[in-house]
Write a protein that binds this ligand. Structure first.
Ligand SMILES: Cc1ncc(COP(=O)(O)O)c(C=O)c1O
Length: 383
């Protein structure tokens, strides 16, 4: 019987190959650099933690299972999983096609690859499938990458449709699943070749460590990411695996709670005269609301609002007492940020305008606090 994801998450230790003699509730932490070859028998031999580690393998086995892939590498940061994807698939002079609304760190990394390895980066709006198809037909694109929901624009990309276009044009398709998480959305089941995510965010949920993961659909791609992870030293250390694992069993109830709280706060904000517009895929007014509901089980508790002025947006950020001015999302504490100043500072003003982000756009990540407390904090901050 195939167990549901939340059951698997609650029994993480079952993804360990080590049969613990004490029935410990948590899998063992092998915080070691090396393993003695003479002392091991069996089909799997460990030699060095950069290549393989039995603790890291627990999370890698779990993510492979829940994403429906053939193999996974847990990386030392979320952006390292994006770097590992590029290092695995791209060569000097390759072409890559990326959704224009992407995380600022991914955008910066693309600039690095462009400058150092002469990679041609094509940006497009992935809601326009015809444009996508035409770029793929007219350029030797090897890799296509998008987030869904996008960050910070919160567009919902039709992953099944994009996967089909990529396949027809022999391009590999990777989805950054950091925002939705495998609890809500499984890109490999929709046709993607890679699903990658920052475990810093919802997956761990406590915000005390940075890490990431990349899952490959096929055995061949899984072997390749493993090879390059070892070659480039991208793998996550065992102690961080332990820290990330602590939040994982509660992922489902957290995603549900984040969504419900975000929706209540958005509904409050919508009625306020100082708010020009709100952008949240859980709202029926969102342009891809139907697709969001079809593609994701839970809509992550991240939304943006446009204040009537830059001054008010800045005053709000300055005066909030519960909301921290912090980048990242998916933590128990609610946070706000002006993407143009923080998470997307690597974009120019024009590039931000093209994805609908201005100086008065504030991104919220709703945590797990009492909702009335959050609304009271908003009210006092705009006075
Ligand atoms: C969508 C997305 N992908 C990747 C990353 C990078 O993750 P990390 O900060 O863990 O390196 C982030 C970080 O904010 C992100 O928002």
């Amino acid at each position: 019987m195939q167990k549901k994801i939340e059951t698997q998450l609650a029994h993480l230790q079952e993804f360990s190959k080590i049969k613990d003699p004490f029935g410990a509730s948590h899998f063992p932490i092998y915080n070691t650099g090396t393993f003695d070859l003479k002392k091991q028998k069996g089909d799997k031999i460990y030699d060095y933690t950069r290549s393989d580690n039995p603790t890291r393998e627990v999370l890698e086995n779990l993510f492979t299972e829940v994403e429906g892939g053939a193999g996974c590498v847990c990386t030392h940061t979320g952006i390292a999983s994006v770097a590992l994807l590029f290092e695995t698939v791209l060569k000097a002079n390759s072409h890559i096609l990326v959704e224009a609304d992407c995380y600022g760190g991914t955008f910066r990394l693309l600039k690095v690859f462009k400058e150092k390895y002469n990679i041609t980066v094509h940006f497009a709006d992935f809601l326009e499938l015809d444009t996508l198809e035409s770029i793929l037909k007219n350029n030797p694109i090897e890799l296509v990458l998008c987030e869904s929901p996008t960050n910070p624009g919160l567009k919902i990309i039709d992953l099944k449709a994009v996967a089909k276009v990529c396949k027809a044009n022999s391009a590999l398709f990777a989805v950054d699943n950091s925002l939705a998480t495998f609890m809500s959305q499984r890109p490999l089941e929709l046709g993607a070749d890679f699903s990658l995510f920052s475990t810093t965010k919802y997956v761990s949920g406590h915000g005390s460590v940075v890490a990431g993961a990349i899952v490959a659909k096929t055995q061949e791609l899984a072997e390749q990411i493993h090879y390059y992870a070892n070659a480039h030293g991208r793998s996550q250390n065992p102690m961080d695996v332990f820290l990330i694992s602590l939040g994982i069993p509660t992922l489902k109830i957290r995603m549900k709670a984040h969504q419900e709280a975000a929706l209540e706060i958005v509904k409050f904000l919508q009625e306020q005269p100082y708010i020009k517009s709100v952008n949240f895929p859980a709202l029926e007014s969102h342009a891809q609301h139907a697709l969001a509901k079809e593609q994701m089980e839970y809509i992550p508790g991240v939304f943006t609002v446009d204040f009537v002025s830059v001054e008010l947006a800045e005053q709000f950020i300055e005066k909030t007492k519960i909301f921290g001015e912090k980048c990242s999302f998916g933590s128990p504490d609610s946070r706000v940020e002006i993407p143009a100043k923080i998470s997307h500072a690597s974009f120019s003003k024009e590039e931000l305008a093209a994805i609908g982000i201005t100086g008065s756009t504030v991104r919220f990540s709703i945590g797990l606090e009492n909702i009335e407390d959050l609304i009271d904090d908003i009210i006092q901050a705009v006075k």
